[in-house]
Design a protein around this ligand. Sequence first.
Ligand code: EPZ
Length: 428
Amino acid sequence: MENFVITGGHELFGEVNISGAKNAAVAIIPAAILANDKVVIENIPQISDVKLIIEILDSMGAGVKLLTKDTIEIDTSHISYQDVGYELTSHFRASYYLIGAMLGRFKKAEVAMPGGCNFGVRPIDLHIKGFEMLGAKVDIVDGMVCANAEKLIGASIYMDTVSVGATINVMLAAVLARGLTVIENAAKEPHIVDLANFLNSMGADVRGAGTDVIRIHGVEKMHGCTYSIIPDQIEAGTYMVAAAACGGDVLVKNVIPKHLESISAKLEEAGAEIIEYDDAVRVTRFKPLTKCNVKTMPHPGFPTDMQPQIAVLLSIANGTSILSESVWDNRFQYVGQLLRMGANIQVDGKVAVIEGVKRLTGVNVKATDLRAGAAMIIAGLVADGTTTVENINYIDRGYEDVVVKFSSLGADIRRVEVKEKQTIQTAG
Ligand code: EPZ
């Protein structure tokens, strides 16, 4: 197993290229099942969550060919219906998109309950409610979600909570249903829009993605297409926060600046300067960081998946910041690691009060989940001395070439082999 060893205290300078979006890729790849044809997907990120979903499709009989480093061809015309057991789904959350995609194509699905990062309770009641409203019968038997429908018929579905996963799953099940499906209080994240564009490229009729009402007219049949995945909003945001936290001048390339506005706004408030270009953002920071309050919200609010990273920046900013989490019940598990580095943070439920300190000090820390792992890297980069980050397999699930990318900006970060056995982590 491996750790990251980081020697902090360097400002970051240079350019970094952002990869395709993880949370779009893990929805778009299973969505190819609906095509019953050949689909070419470009800008695939080289991360372990994506490798897992590709392996699952391969094991179902989809011919998956690697055309270039980041382009795959998936032929789902010979795919056969099969159950997807726990050994395949337990390592990541997005395996539940197989339910929507298989239900859409085969009118039945049996998929083990998904794993994923532990932020407290992660129910799938809204997914189930959506499938049932489309006419499926859904049971959970021995940890398997079993969905069956004689036929799927469009329905009006109101989401009680804004849920990325439930919105995507209902979209997947509804594109081949008979008639009109309306999803109200839908999630608006960039990857929802990306999935809708992909489905439409395969012949679906999905309108309104990116607003809180999505209308899907069921079609008889879908077909193959070539599609390029959007850049990863959270990977981009992570490098932006790292640049602002360390200081320096970094051009974050291959991004959609509009997706980054909530992050840019908070970094400017904290003392960084942000310049937007057509497909890049430049982050410079040469003056001291100052406190700011951040509340996570569904898109277009500040993303919960950037909460641990911004906490590191606030922990070395002048003054007291309030960081509120409004999406997950328990997303401050990493705070204990930052306290060990000298941060002054008090957590009360879903609110963290962060009193800025002069410096963090390098110690051994653990990635407690994917984005917490990214935060530990940023903490190591700003800290005095050497930080060792353990459990980095979490980070590999969502960040392509993280050592190469940070090193190219002047960071001192290495991946080192260690003898101790670590347990397999789950993410997503
Ligand atoms: C997606 O998870 C992302 N994962 C998460 O990113 C992200 O944190 C989250 O959306 C919010 O943006 C993937 O896309 C694979 P939700 P998801 O359903 O879909 C409640 C990362 O780091 N809820 O939008 O599982 C739920 O408890 C990962 O890349 C229900 O009550 O999140 C939560 O409070 C981690 N019932 C809220 O909705 C349901 O049936 C939002 O969850 C479903 C969700």
